[in-house]
Design a protein around this ligand. Sequence first.
Ligand SMILES: [Zn+2]
Length: 503
Amino acid sequence: MALRVYNTLTGQKEVFEPVRAGKVGIYLCGPTVYKPPHMGHMVGPVIFDAIKRYLIFKGFEVTWVVNITDVEDKLIAAAIEEKTTVAELAQRYTKDYFEALAGLGIDTIDHFPKASEHIPEIISMCQSLIAKGFAYASGGNVWFDVTKDPSYGKLSHRRPEDQESGLRELEGAGKRNPADFGLWKSAKADEPHWDSPWGKGRPGWHIECSAMSMKFLGETFDIHGGGMDLLFPHHENELAQSECCTGKPFARFWLHNGLTKIKTKLASGEVKNEKMSKSLGNVIDAKSLLAQHGPELFRYMLLITHYRRPIDFSDEVLLAAKKGLSFFHRLFQRIERLAGLVFAGIAPADMNAISEEMLQGKTETFARSALQFRTKFLEMMDDDFNTAGAIGVLHELANEINSFLEQTSAERDKPADVIKAAVAATQMLRILGQILGLFRQTIAAAAGNDDALTGKLMTLLITLREEARKSKNFALADSIRNRLSDMGVTLEDRAGGTEWRTQ
Ligand SMILES: [Zn+2]
């Protein structure tokens, strides 16, 4: 089945075909590094990490670029406030951003270009736009003339009149039209600046992304991503200036992810649901969220919503994600106990762990149905990277494995072929999850303080109770069970082994 992707530019799902056969270039707008990263900054990286993994799985060679905006009005204001230099501030928060990405196990980004290191490319783009009549210099600034671009507005479907002239711009002195936007801004003596044909100045925000994306991915590339809030004016302006500069199409597919909204209860009892943003002051610091819950839960929580929908962050959402994720972990523990194995050595080839032999005899129905779930998972991902649907399919597969273990035989000791088939299906499930960046040893090992330890302690208690039973020390076995029950933990002895759940 062909991969279809929703393209904001055309407003519909289209069959994905790369510009260059077998290769995919992705550009994702990165952070302006003037404050510590919050949860909202991690949404794009988590989603595009899953997208890149899936594209690699489909056989593409993928280059993914995320820029760092280290020259911008907000940085200058923040540096003054913190009594430091823009360079020091940018360095500090870039480091924080990298730490948050590493903490989440996002190791798939190939380049992190910085705006401050691409000034020559930006200046030459400004010059070319002036030469072609799309831009003009005035009082040390360079402006893009929106009236010269007949297709301006084709991405966001907004008209030039909607452009807020003050937005992320200097005061509009010398502008010909209110909607014209700045490519280059004259700088005050105490602001970061570079020499240019128009005097000392610094780049506008939009042109940074055009210059860096084209440098790393070519004038026409495959996927441009970013939050829905960047669609206008940022992406519209990027698109206009890039295509006017090169005369070629810029990004083929524009993917916009939903924003993180946060539910807060006011003192009056009223519940507010608003966008998480630095300026609203309702941000959840990425570092503390990671430390508390671990990278896997964080990822899982973001991926159980389709990327184009808003993510409503609340305690309930977090709890639901926790339950969903622990369902998988209980299955893995169950299989590990049953088969006496550890999943550490799992390899991508285990995707095909269901063998011909399993497709015969009494494991046949189960093995065939497990393979159908794999097809369904891939269909979900082919349908505009529907990670939410794909995780739903993994849940169905996990249910299928659990009921297979329970149905096949009532006795505790399972026939070897049953265990083998269950292990193979679980290996396949894990590899499918790894396409989304889940169920990886590195991030599981870094699970939140609470979860990782709890899982290990429960496995230990269940094993001790089984040992007590085997040596006929039923008083001790019952005591373990009863005392756990007092703490709100229920043990369930099932055909496939003992399960635990919190009440
Ligand atoms: Zn950008």
